[in-house]
Design a protein around this ligand. Structure first.
Ligand code: G3P
Length: 217
């Protein structure tokens, strides 16, 4: 499963890149607002930090303006992936962009039928929002299972990008279901490394090593 980070904070992205485990970045207008920086500048900077896809979202609601915005975004760098909302105009834009060889992430997916439509429109990625479904009393991970089943039934190549990930259990469940990608805030990705028994084990080993009086280097 690929790991994308869901942030527009370039400091966090740079830190995660050093782990060698980061495969891409997703942003959205709210994350750009949080970063407090110029959208195009920050996307350009992120594209220079990571080799993988960097999702940058259009904000227009109509197809023609979405296409104009997408054209600005995809010119920033080869690894820009244009993010469009799951609407009729968003999927029209998805189809046109993928036909021209541009990567597209279809966002704000909350149902299996929406995911089916995105795959038919040739989306590179579909972003189902598991956390927001859970928040509203639905079962976010059930949506991921349903999409996996549907995509496998027909051999769709659209990658399932689990979004709105809130905690490590979402990551675990995504991997068990066979999602292609998950995108999570930096804090959730960092939490994946941690286990109390790992810390305890290191402390015990180091205490015993100290008693040997030896050094490796
Ligand atoms: O970037 C899309 C998605 O990951 C947003 O997550 O936490 O705002 O629901 P959240």
């Amino acid at each position: 499963m690929k790991f994308f980070v869901d942030t527009a904070d370039t400091k966090d992205i740079t830190e995660l890149v050093t782990t060698g485990l980061l495969d891409g970045v997703t942003t959205n207008p709210s994350l750009i607002h949080k970063a407090g920086r110029n959208f195009l500048d920050v996307v350009r900077e992120i594209c220079g930090i990571v080799d993988g896809p960097v999702s940058a979202e259009v904000v227009a609601l109509d197809h023609l303006t979405m296409m104009r915005e997408a054209d600005v975004l995809r010119k920033i760098a080869d690894n820009v992936c244009v993010k469009v909302p799951l609407t009729v105009d968003g999927l029209k834009t998805c189809k046109a962009l993928t036909h021209e060889g541009t990567q597209v992430n279809v966002t704000l997916c909350f149902s299996p039928n929406q995911a089916l439509l995105a795959a038919k429109a040739g989306a590179t990625f579909i972003s189902p929002f598991v956390g927001r479904l859970d928040d509203n009393g639905f079962d976010g991970m059930q949506l991921i299972s349903d999409i996996r089943l549907i995509y496998d039934n027909y051999g769709f190549e659209t990658e399932i990008l689990v979004a709105s990930v809130r905690h490590p259990v979402h990551v675990l469940e995504s991997a068990k279901i066979g999602a292609d990608v998950m995108t999570a805030p930096p804090s959730v990705i960092k939490a994946l490394f941690n286990h109390v028994l790992t810390d305890k084990g290191i402390a015990g080993f180091l205490a015993d090593w100290e008693k040997t009086g030896q050094k490796i280097v």
